[in-house]
Structure formats: C-alpha cells, structure tokens
Ligand binder design. Structure first.
Ligand SMILES: Nc1ncnc2c1ncn2[C@@H]1O[C@H](COP(=O)(O)OP(=O)(O)OP(=O)(O)O)[C@@H](O)[C@H]1O
Ligand SMILES: [Mg+2]
Length: 713
C-alpha cells in the first residue's frame, strides 16, 4: 500500500476548508493526509515541523497579501507544490500567481473531487519529477567535481539534506575487516547545533542489524523512521530527541548486491515515508556506491604509487626507469643527486644522451650499441661494473649497475636501471691492492734475501780461503825468488833451502793444488746461483705494461716462480716438476705468475698444517700438459685437503681460514679473476680431506678476448 500524500490546506473559511477535505477524502486514486490551517503564520509554524508534498492555498487568507504568502511558503518548503485557490475568475491575476511560484490557479466554486484530485496529483508528480531531476543533477555534479572521497561524502550529505529537508546527515563506511559500519563524515545545516550527536557518532560503530544504519545494511534497502520516539531500538534516540530531531532516514550505498556503507539523515520535521523518494534514493545509493568503489580503488592505487615512490626515494641506490625509446619514466632521489639533476628536469629525457653515452674507455658511442638498449631489445638482464655515468657538470663517475627488463605480459615495456657510484670502492681497491703488493713484496724479499744469503756465504768463505792461500803462496814464491837469485850466482846457502822447505810445508802446496780450483768452482757456482735468483726475480716480476697479451713459455714462468717461492716451500715440502711439452700461451704473464705463486703458497700452507713442527716434509707437484687447444697447469699438494663445508666459498673474496697476518682471503679470488675473466680459462680443484688438493688452471692457447674487445663485437 502506498503512503498517504501529505497536503497542507490554508483556508480561512472553515466550512470551505472542510468541504475541500471531504472532496479529497473520497478520492479513489490516492490517499491524502490533510492538515488545515487558517492563517499564513499557522502554516509557517506547521512547516517548521512537517514536510508536505503539496499546499492548497486560499489567496484570501487574512494575515498576508497573496504575493507575500506565496513567497513565504516557497521559501519555507521549496520542494512542496503550491496550488493557489481563489473566488476571482481573473485571468491576469491567475497568470501572476503562477509566475509567483504557484503550480496552478483554481476557481474554488468549480472544484469537483475529480478535478481537485487530478490537479493535485499532476502537480505533485511534476514537482517530484523536477525534484528527481534536480537531485540527480546535483549528485552527478558532486561526483564529477569533488577532489577527494571525504569531500564527496560531505557534499552528497549536503545535497541530500537539502532535497529531503533533513538537517543532519552522517556517512558510514563498511570496514570489512572489522565487520562494522564506521563513521566517516557528517554534515549539518549551519543553523543547527549537532555537537553532541556528531561527537557520539565518531565513537560509534554498527554491527549488522543494529541501529538504523545496521538495519539498512542488513536489509540492503532504505528505511524511514517517521517518529523517532516510536523507535526505542534506534541508537541514542534520547540524544536525537533532545537535539530536536523527529524523523530519520537511511539509505544503503551499494555496488551491485554488496553494501559498501550507509547514509543516515535526521530532521526536525516529522516526515512520512515517501515511496517515490525511496526509489530515487536507491538509485543515488548505487550511484554513490559505484563512485566510492572507483575512488577507493583510485586512492589505493595512488597510495601504492606514493608508497613505491617513497621506497624508491629512500633507497641509497640510484634507480631509474626507461620506456622502450630509452626515455626516462622515473628517477629516484639518490639517482637525481648522483647525476646532479632534479627529478623533474630528467622526466621524458633520453637516458643515454643525459648520462650514459660513453664506453668503459670513455669513447662516445651511439645509443644502438648501448647495453641498456640491448636489454630493451632482448629482454635479458645486464650487469656491469666497468662503465661510467655522467653528471650534469660534465664530470663522470664509475658505476656498478644492473639493468632489468620490465614486461607487460609477454611484451617488454621498458627497463629499470639500479646503480651505485663505486668511485670510493675503486679507490679503496687500488689502495688495498697496493698495500697487499707491498706486503707481498716485503715477504718475498725476505725469502729471497735468505735464498741469496746461502750462496753469497760460500762465495765469501771460498774467497776468504783463496785470499789466505794466495798470501801463503806469495810468501813461498818470495822464498823461491831468493833461491833463484842465489842459484843464478852458483851459491845456494843451506839455510835458504831449509827456509823454502819450511815455506812449502806452511803453504801446504799439495793441499792448495787440490782445494784452490775447487774453491774457485764453488765461488763461481755461488755467483751463478745468485745470478739465477736475480734472473728469476726479474722474470717473475715481469710487469707487462702493454694492454695486449703476449706469448709466453709457462714452464719457464713456473720455474722462476718456484725459485722465488723457494724459501716459503723448502721447509715444508719437496717440490717436483713434471713439465710437458707445451707451446707458448698468449697471456698476461705477470698476472699468471701471481696465480702460480698464490697456488704454491696455499699448497705450502696446507702442507704446513699437516707436518706442523715435525721434521717431516710433504710433496708439491707441478705438472703442465697440453690438453686440446688449452694448457693445463696442475699444482698438487699433500696437505690437509679442503673441508666439504667451505668448498663453495674458497673463491669468495676475503674468505680465509688462516690467522691474522697469514692470509687475507684474496689469493684465490684474484686468481679466479685473472684466469677466468682475463684469460677466458678455468680454475678448478679436486680435493680429499687428509690427502691433499690439486688446483687445475686451464688456459686457452690463443688467450681470451678482453672484455672491451668482447663488447665491441
Ligand atoms: N691447497 C689448499 N689446501 C687446503 N685449503 C686450501 C688450499 N688452497 C686454499 N685453501 C683454503 O681456501 C682459503 C682461501 O684461499 P685464498 O688463497 O683465497 O686465501 P688465503 O690463502 O686464506 O689468504 P691469501 O691468499 O689472501 O693470503 C684458504 O684460507 C684455505 O682455507
Ligand atoms: Mg692464499
């Protein structure tokens, strides 16, 4: 059954008013709830409390001019239809009355039930249609123009309060996780004080079915409460009534069949449920619901974007993104700082032109050859720590960077470059290498000094022996000189013969005859040994200043290294060499000597750990062979072997099991860089705990391409 239509009848003639009421009472098309007043002031007082859909106004009401009356009524109840009645059949006046806001002008004596009923219903329908259209247009305008969710919610409350003639509205949003309706926004007409009500709302939450909002959530349909005092279940009904509120209305905010929230309205007029308005508000509820869902998604997206930007900006690594053309799509704060540019000025610029336009050697190169652009073509990750990026002021800095392809589905959509300025690291590496070199030179020098000391000592001993022998022989020769002088004159004194004999005995000529040549040989041998060591040192410290590799005899190189390392090895191990016939290898010999030395010293240390303080010695074997188009150098020891747990770590930089001062953990890391990266070879090992270890260095005869050469091809 449809609700009765609220009609206010303003007529100072009681019998005519009763007549009109009786006419409407028998209407078959609608039910009218009619209230009668006789003056404008009574009407205005009643409009304070009650909402009427239509007003039948007798223009002859005594307390006001008709024109004043119409404007007052319109002002107080703008959504209500006004139908003027008069006893004058005056067309001009009728027109003025309609112009002044009345919907129609009726002659009282001609009014039949049917005519009155039809005119009223048509006016009301027209007014409703107007209200509906205006309401939709206002809501649409709010949804189209509001910037934020909060602004939208408040504006919708304001618009609906205006149209529905309510004074106060609240916006409740469903908190899915908590399973409750949570207060979001309130709005009230400026003339109303809703302090207590609004404060209470902030602290409130509704579960499903509880309170008016909870009931609307549960049923998914709008609900009117025409008289708050009749609904004790309603939240804080007392507060509401004390606040001067009489009626309430709530509508669900929906997205398809789902309820996203509820809007509640409170008014000081008693209002009957209005089916038509209910229908209209349902549409508005779903319109707001769609907007809400879209806005929540947008705000969530914006939040995620902001969060991503915040993460990017708080990273100390430089990070930037490029599209398929290589143009910058974003750049984080660290990257902008390193490039000395602002985030804004780089937007949309070509990254290659801006800061990545040279090869590792500083030569400019076109964008088509840039490895970052290759990532855009091929979709494969690229890393490098050999290039440099350029600052705005024209200076460059060394970088380590990774370029990751980005995909949209199967397709490459761009790339992200993450980089670090490694200038400081490079400087420290150089310093460290320098310090280590000095340390290594110091310890090698000590060993070599020891090696040279032995031959030098016996060169010295023999030379001293020769000096004494020469002194004795010189004295003997002086005796013989004198003997010769006397013999020439034919008189040899017996004493002189005796002196010669004694001199011969003293010089021990027989002994010197045997020993002097030996001493000379030994001294020469010592000199040769020293010369050998010096030569080996020269070979070992072979500094290849040319960037290109040169062909070298690795057997000879190993021999030199063994001489240089002799002092480190000889106390713990006997060294055997098993050199195969190998052709020259194209290599950086100075670097390879370092590799052999590191492997030999590691072998000596491992054997040292086995033989400890005993007088026993282990064995080191160095073997070279030609294997296909590679040379393989194997260095075996009878040391401790490498425990399973550290086998994967021994090549890591700074991994060591040795005590401070004995190892820095860089020997194998360096060896691997030299063998694998510089020579395109392999460095592997076989090991057995308690038995020993063999390291295998395999080097291609032709040498590998330098990274720079590889890049250019
Ligand atoms: N022949 C070997 N036998 C047993 N363990 C070895 C052998 N070679 C290397 N290792 C193990 O690998 C670790 C790393 O070796 P690496 O040469 O890189 O560093 P280090 O010898 O400890 O120090 P550094 O060479 O810098 O003076 C060693 O500490 C050792 O534990
Ligand atoms: Mg080592």
């Amino acid at each position: 059954m449809s609700c009765p239509i609220q009609v206010l009848l303003i007529d100072s003639n009681p019998s005519e008013a009763a007549g009109l009421r009786d006419k409407l009472a028998v209407s078959k098309r609608a039910t009218f709830a009619i209230q009668i007043v006789s003056t404008l002031s009574q009407a205005l007082a009643l409009l304070e409390d009650t909402r009427f859909e239509a007003m039948l106004v007798d223009l002859a009401t005594p307390d006001a001019e008709w024109i004043t009356m119409l404007s007052n009524l319109q002002c107080r109840a703008p959504e209500s239809s006004i139908i003027a009645m008069s006893g004058d059949e005056d067309e001009t006046k009728a027109l003025e009355v309609v112009r002044a806001g009345a919907q129609d002008y009726l002659l009282k004596e001609r009014l039949t039930t049917v005519a009155l009923e039809r005119i009223l219903l048509y006016c009301i329908e027209r007014q409703r249609a107007r209200t509906r259209a205006a309401l939709h247009s206002s809501v649409s305008q709010v949804l189209a123009t509001s910037q934020s969710l909060a602004e939208t919610e408040t504006a919708i409350l304001r618009v609906l309060c205006g149209f529905l003639e309510f004074d106060y509205g609240e916006f409740w949003r469903l908190d899915r996780a908590a399973g409750k309706l949570v207060h979001h926004q309130s709005w009230h007409v400026p003339s109303r004080d809703v302090g207590a009500l609004s404060a209470a709302a902030h602290a409130m939450q509704f579960t499903k079915g509880k309170g008016l909002a909870g009931r609307v959530w549960a049923t998914g349909t709008a609900a009117w409460v025409p008289d708050l005092s009749q609904d004790p279940e309603l939240r804080s009904a007392r507060v509401l009534i004390e606040g001067g509120f009489k009626s309430a209305f709530a509508l669900p905010i929906t997205l398809e069949s789902e309820t996203l929230g509820v809007m509640e309205f409170f008014g000081r007029k008693s209002q009957e449920a209005d089916d038509e308005l209910l229908r209209v508000t349902v549409t508005i509820g779903s319109q707001v619901g769609q907007f809400l869902a879209r806005k929540v998604t947008e705000e969530e997206k914006q939040r995620l974007t902001n969060e991503r930007l915040l993460i990017l900006d708080s990273a100390s690594e430089g990070i930037y993104g490029i599209d398929l053309r290589g143009c910058l799509t974003f750049i984080n704060r660290s990257a902008a700082r390193m490039f000395q540019r602002t985030q804004e000025e780089t937007q949309g610029q070509q990254s290659h032109e801006l800061f990545h336009h040279t090869r590792p050697d500083g030569a400019r190169y076109p964008v088509e050859e840039c490895p970052v652009h290759r990532v855009l073509d091929q979709g494969q990750l690229f890393r490098s720590d050999e290039e440099c990026f350029w600052r705005k002021d024209g200076s460059q800095f060394a970088v380590e960077y990774s370029c990751f392809p980005m995909f949209e589905g199967e397709k490459i959509s761009g790339a992200v470059v993450c980089f670090n300025d490694i200038t400081e690291r490079r400087r420290m590496e150089v310093e460290l290498r320098h310090a280590q070199k000095l340390e290594a030179v110091g310890s090698l020098a000590a060993g070599i000094a020891h090696e040279i000391n032995t031959p030098i000592q016996f060169v010295g001993d023999n030379t001293r022996f020769l000096r004494n022998a020469f002194r004795d022989l010189a004295q003997l020769l002086a005796c013989y000189e004198r003997l010769y002088g006397h013999a020439e004159q034919g008189t040899v004194p017996a004493g002189l013969l005796y002196e010669v004999k004694a001199g011969r005995e003293k010089a021990d000529w027989e002994y010197l005859q045997v020993e002097v040549p030996k001493a000379l040989d030994q001294a020469l041998d010592g000199v040769n040994r020293v010369a050998n060591i010096v030569r080996a040192m020269k070979d070992f410290s072979h500094v290849d200043r040319r960037a290109e590799k040169a062909a070298a005899d690795l057997n000879k190189a190993i021999e030199s290294t063994l001489i240089v390392a002799r002092n480190e090895l000889k106390y713990v191990a006997d060294v055997q060499t098993d050199f195969g016939a190998i052709p020259p290898v194209l290599c950086h010999l100075g670097d390879l000597n370092q590799v052999f030395l590191n492997l030999l010293i590691n072998a000596a240390h491992a054997i040292g750990d086995v033989v400890k303080d005993s007088t026993q010695k282990g064995h080191i074997t160095v073997r070279t062979r030609l294997v296909g188009d590679c040379v393989e150098i194997s260095i075996s020891d009878t040391g401790t072997g490498i425990p399973e747990a550290i086998r994967t770590k021994v090549f890591d930089p700074f991994f060591t099991t040795k005590g401070v001062g004995k190892g820095t953990g860089q020997g194998l890391a360096l060896a691997r860089v030299i063998v694998v990266e510089k020579h395109g070879g392999t460095l592997t090992f076989d090991t057995e705990l308690g038995k020993g270890t063999t390291f295998h260095v395999r080097l291609p005869l032709a040498g590998a391409l330098e990274p720079r050469e590889a890049l250019a091809t």
